[in-house]
Ligand binder design. Structure first.
Ligand code: BGC
Length: 705
């Protein structure tokens, strides 16, 4: 890293040499994903790309038409919900590092990730891009991820600051939320991104918070981000998130980006130039922005600082390497959550697997190329069907029955131009089962597919259903209207369970779905997120016991969405204003306080082995809770030791304050040391540390003195 003092001095010198027009060029998009550079002074443009699951395909400079060359295929990484499900900081770091290295190799300076918005409702269409309902889990993993990205002389861009928790009318909706909830729930992950992750750039949110648009907010950007947190990096608008020249210029926003090609007419382009020339806005506002951009360029080694002996050449990166695919596989394996395994049907005994039937579209559906700006042009994607076939080989017969079908015949179809071109014309909406195409033809087709699957199910030794959601539902600009499984899957699962009580159910989605129609009859349920290019292999590894599952839910799986506080207490998917009346009672914080049973609780996830906890003690000096974890079963495995804090007289029942993932061989023990967030501050507050395997499976408690 370049000496900050030298960078600062050099930035000031450069600033002196820049004309007003050149400076204005640097603070707004000159292409859809690029600002203007200043060639005569050797200042390059800033090149950006989405997004969390890999580096996005290349678009034409000023139209949303994909360039369509063969050099922008990339490693497709597990989505952030999958990463959160690993509860493993090292995995988050490794995946961030793959993303950073690939972004650099694709010539990018800023990668528009990670998304760290809190999952306030299970219906938000972008939840798959986000980590968790819990601020601590989100912040810990996002910070590690950011450090991984930035290792490669590429800036991460943490988004969308702040309270961007629904897609309905996302461009305009005003979030009414009290300051306590902002500070306790919606800010901490951004704070951790800045303070622990050292993030270089932040993206503002489209929505308003208490009347102010995120991208030009005095409160969010100036008071909180700059003044309180001391953020000196670059703030970028969401694409089309700026609404007013004066407000944007005077705010702490540095770069305005948008989706339209009238780059000179952006609020911080010619309109700003004119207002500065006429004296309405001070040139100083632009200088501050440009200075921060120049400092960012020094941080990324994009500019050489004269007189700085230690200047190191910029890293060049690499993409689509075997190592990256291996990292994607490891992350996918750790992200799978074993929700239920009542009769220990899993793992499948490989030698007994001669004839398997896979039912359901998600067994063969590819998901990379969907979801909105997080879409990926994947080098390849292993489906569950391919994963199982390639793992079991030619001695097993693996049949496939579609079982149900989505409403779009070919959702993967590549469109000429991207949906994003028109993304400012419609603020975002909701769609769900109610709007789904329910024509008589479709109903008949599904009936036939269902009958065929049920008939075949009786003929095979093992039947695995692979269903869930797809990016028609888990999608930017779209919230679901309920948690019901689409495409009549509930009916199919029930019919399959009637003929096969030993049915293995695998659900693959970016957000939880309602299971109450059949969950009591199902013994075996496995959860996988959009798990990247190696997702199918990872799933096969878990089903076959080559990998012992260790994923834990990073969010509450409600029985139905109305059990979630955003719906029960606050409002969600409203058009003009949404009210976060639930305050801090988000996710398990609400369920635990009011003793509402979820289908599966926050932190839940089974293993093929069992773990016993003992000897919990406080290590005050190192601010840790320490305990012994013994693997009491037959499989080697990893356990996530979670520490929840309960306080006398507190408004909330308990909150996650620490976790660690430990690997323990069968029959062995290990010591788990969990660093507790803010332990020092909690001294003498009547705190109880609850150590457990999930938020509702607390094994040990220790009182602090
Ligand atoms: C999304 C951002 C994304 C940007 C650029 C917007 O629609 O909200 O997350 O980074 O587009 O594609």
């Amino acid at each position: 890293m370049i000496d900050h003092k030298i960078g600062n001095q050099r930035a000031d010198e450069l600033l002196q040499k820049l004309t007003l027009e050149e400076k204005i060029g640097m603070i707004h998009g000159a292409q859809l994903f690029q600002t203007a550079g200043v060639e005569r002074l050797g200042i390059p443009p800033l090149k950006m790309s989405d997004g969390p699951m890999g580096v996005r395909q290349e678009f034409m400079p000023s139209s949303w038409k994909p360039i369509g060359h063969s050099d922008d295929f990339v490693t497709y990484l597990p989505c952030n919900s999958a990463l959160a499900s690993t509860w493993n900081r090292k995995i988050a770091y490794d995946i961030g590092s793959v993303l950073g290295e690939e972004a650099r190799a694709r010539g990018k300076d800023i990668i528009l990730a990670p998304g760290v918005n809190i999952k306030r409702s299970p219906l938000c269409g972008r939840n798959f891009e986000y980590f968790s309902e819990d601020p601590y889990l989100t912040g810990e993993l996002a910070a590690a991820y950011i450090q991984g990205v930035q290792l490669w002389d590429v800036a991460a861009c943490v988004k969308h600051f702040a309270a961007n928790n629904q897609e309905t009318e996302r461009l305009w909706v005003d979030v009414e939320v009290d300051e306590e909830a902002l500070r306790e729930i919606y800010f901490p992950a951004f704070y951790d991104a800045v303070k622990k992750g050292g993030v270089y750039t932040v993206m503002g949110a489209y929505n308003k918070v208490c009347g102010e648009h995120g991208c030009q907010s005095e409160f969010l950007l100036n008071e909180v981000l700059r003044k309180e947190w001391g953020f000196d990096g670059v703030v970028i608008s969401d694409w089309g998130g700026v609404h007013d020249t004066e407000a944007a210029a005077n705010s702490q926003l540095d770069i305005e980006m948008s989706v339209t090609d009238d780059f000179d007419d952006y609020f911080m382009a010619r309109p700003l130039l004119e207002k500065i020339k006429s004296g309405e806005i001070s040139e100083d506002t632009v200088d501050q922005k440009v200075k921060r951009i120049l400092l960012l360029m020094f941080r990324l080694h994009m500019l050489e600082a004269e007189g700085c002996v230690s200047t190191v050449p910029r890293k060049s990166g690499a993409y689509n390497t075997p190592e990256h695919r291996q990292k994607a596989l490891e992350a996918a394996r750790e992200s799978i959550v074993l929700l239920k395994n009542e009769k220990q049907r899993l793992p499948l005994k490989q030698e007994k697997q001669r004839r398997i039937l896979l039912v359901g579209e998600n067994a063969q559906q590819l998901h990379a190329n969907g979801g909105g700006s997080a879409e990926i042009k994947a080098l390849y994607e292993i489906s569950p069907l391919m994963g199982l076939k390639s793992r079991l080989g030619g001695n097993a017969e693996i049949a496939y029955a579609r079982g149900y079908c989505g409403s779009a015949e070919n959702p993967q179809e590549q469109q000429e131009t991207n949906w994003q071109e028109k993304s400012l014309e419609n603020g975002g909406g909701s769609q769900g089962n109610t709007q789904e195409n329910r024509s008589a033809d479709l109903a008949e087709k599904r009936r036939m597919l269902r009958e065929e699957a049920v008939r075949l199910a009786a003929e095979y030794e093992t039947v695995i259903f692979v269903g869930g959601l797809d990016h028609t539902y888990d999608c930017e600009g779209n919230d679901r209207t309920d948690m019901v499984l689409p495409y009549e899957q509930d009916l199919l699962i029930q019919r399959l369970l009637e003929v096969r009580s030993d049915l293995i159910i695998v659900l693959l989605a970016g957000s939880p779905v309602q299971m109450r129609d059949w969950i009591d009859k199902a013994d075996t349920v496995v959860w996988s997120w959009y798990a990247g290019m190696e997702g199918g292999n990872a799933l096969a590894d878990v089903l076959l016991g080559r990998v012992n599952p260790s994923g834990k839910l990073p969010e509450s799986f409600y029985k139905t969405h109305t059990d979630c506080s955003a719906h029960a207490v606050g409002t969600f998917a409203e058009k003009k204003t949404v009210s976060y009346r639930e305050g801090c009672e988000v996710g398990y914080r609400y369920l635990d306080k009011y003793q509402i049973e979820p289908e599966f609780c926050f932190g839940h996830g089974l293993s093929y082995t069992t773990f016993a906890y003992s000897d919990a003690r406080l290590d005050d000096e190192k601010q840790r809770v320490v305990c012994t974890v013994e693997n009491t079963g037959d499989y080697d495995g990893s356990e996530v030791v979670q520490v929840y804090v309960r306080r006398e007289g507190a408004k909330l029942f308990q909150e996650l304050k620490g976790f660690v993932k430990v690997f323990v061989k069968a029959g062995e023990k290990t010591e788990a040391a969990v660093v507790i967030d803010g332990m020092e501050k909690m001294r003498g507050e009547g705190v109880i540390y609850c150590v457990g395997s999930s938020s509702r499976d607390i094994r040990l408690m220790i009182k602090s003195c």
